[in-house]
Design a protein around this ligand. Sequence first.
Ligand code: BGC
Length: 782
Amino acid sequence: MAPGTWHGDWIGQRLPPAPCWRPPHPALRSDAHHNDFGGLPALYLRRAFRLDRPVHRARLHATARGLYRASINGVACGRPALTPGWTNYHRRIAYQTHDVTDLLRPGDNALCAVLGEGWFSGRISEHAKYPAGHYGAQPWYLCQLALDYEDGTHERIVSDQAWRVSHGPIAYSDLLNGEVYDARQELEGWDSPDYDDRSWLAVTTKPRDGTVLEPEISPSVCVTEDIVPTVVLRSAGRLLVDFGQNLAGRVELALSGKSGAAVHIRHGEMVDAEGRIYAANLGRAAQADTYVCAGDGVRRWEPSYTIHGFRYAELTGIENIDIQSVSARVLHADLPVSGRFSCGHPLVQRLQQNIRWGLRSNLQSVPTDCPSRDERLGWLGDAQLFAGTAAAFFDVRQYFAKWLQDIWDAQAADGTIPDIAPFISPAFDFFADGAPGWADAAVVVPWTLWRRYGDTALIARCWQPMMAWMDNLERRFPDGLRRGAGNDYGDWLNLDAPTDVALIATSLYAQIASMMADMASALGRTAERRRFAACFKRIKASFGTHFLQDDARLTSPTQTAYALALSSGVVPTHKRARMTRHLVSEIEARGRALSTGFIGTRYVMAALSENGHADVAYDLLLRKEYPSWGYMIEQGATTIWERWNSYGDGFAEPGMNSFNHAALGSVGQWLFEDVAGLRGVTPGWSEIAIRPHFDPRIDWCEAEQWTPCGPASVRWGFSGGELSVRVNIPAGVRAKVLLPATRDAIRQQGDAPVARTCSLVGRRPSTVASIGSGYYNFMVRL
Ligand code: BGC
């Protein structure tokens, strides 16, 4: 809808901005549910109208400064759960368009909405919501029902002073704290046309201002799966439910109870030694819901505008309540699946599953660090590190395109990029000057999307803000030596192996300079390509002078330093092999284990496998002792932990210890690209490479990746002294196949599913085939 075509006003009910809010009017009934964090009751909004002639087509355009759920005649419009998503609401707000033609009927109709606070005026992170909420003191709703009649005439019903408002059963519903729902306050039939709303209040209105209203481009957060508990433990007055999976979502109950009986639900990722919800790592996110029964039979209920990170739920207060069923509703951005990975080793199989669950939990309205504690922020570092892995599992093209806009909205006039987007001032001012590896998402994410989807229009749109960031860096670090900035997280959460922050910052600077040169070239921006090629050279020279020694050691000789240097193009070719040996020695010195934090973990496996040490990478992958991904799994992890030592002889320091952090799951990209061996060569994957690193310890491996032309897949496996590699290449894609030279080289196999065969016999040292679309089967005799 074009900007000028909105006609309604924002509607709501003005509420006093007091921490302990009490209803100002008897119609806004909410007897006991004021609360000490200032959560507001949800608003129930309705507008009755008559249709006196047949409707050909009807569209509802709707949004909120807050979160809304719209319905017509009691039927929900669409199935989004937390809508609209989080943006800088002062600048832009996304709206949704629902086809509601089938929901209307001749005669009386009711257009309704339930309005909650969400990020607009609810709590965000650890910051208190008051005095004014982060974006405003109360939520507002805006909608427009566009009616096209069969007789060719048109009509609009918009949000305006004709609407009525009341409070209802949702006493408050806060993203972090949870919801209180009092079924005794339900407004029976409130969303049907014949409901008598004369006792309701008139809404207050607020004119639209210059805030951009734009169609939502990213898939909304929805319920994507329901999970039934694996274990339910009952003890006096208490039910402990284990869903067997750490996730982001909420609990749905079917229950009945005496009027006034209340069940309280606490959510946690872990339980303590006494079998109680472990809440110490949640900070000030209460993650607690309350349902008060109305005493009128079995009801099914889930909260509305809250989301929790949990595997366990503890229900108390159930003495007078019959809980008939409990399930977990999984919530995240409803992204299309774009890839699958599986293999013959149970640990690795579980790892890829945990990575996927880590992504599902953190690809929320914005990519978050974790879905549980009082943080849940769009940390740029985490997202840029897992962007490649996310793109392997899900189609994130629109998702990240939306979040990039959040980054640009957060960018300062001098080009500075913060650590977090969406960014709120003054609450987040401490994070305004983005740290290396965090702010660099501004280049890494557009580059990742462009490589994956081949969308040059996207990088053209991002060009100006990316340039502003690069100009900023060049102004600050003209000689290419980047000394770090902002909070300088360095190799965040490494294991007693801190890396010189300037070394990390300079390597990452080289990395983004070369990405900029690539993108300039794709956009035909020759002068800028030259500029960034020269910038890269300068950085590489500085890196050589300041950090690189003659024997290919680095001045800060950590695993992360070596892995990052090898991956950033700053190491001269003749020093790469030696440097890789230093990396391997560092790993061996730790007992063949990692000491890497967020940054190093993203690069270390590929640095090994691409430089001839895939065996060491496999050792790390298959390791079960601390520290390793396998260790997390051995401890029962169903997602990726924030720290290698989140749990050991007890819980790690609770201030910052989530069990569902996606960052260390960045190894997923390596599983697809180097274990399965499937990666794009050209932007948009018109050409791909099949280059697996085989290891009999995992027996077989299979992966599929959707290219813009269709699915490409690889399956390799060992059997009877042979290694077979099956490849499927979609139409319009070419593939280079790189297989190891073996004693007997490679022979083709002509069994049934093979559509084409290639002769690869006798090519050494590595065997390469260049193939077009079709099914292929290669055999390597071992
Ligand atoms: C978050 C991280 C984030 C970091 C910045 C933490 O509290 O959870 O994942 O990147 O802060 O260092």
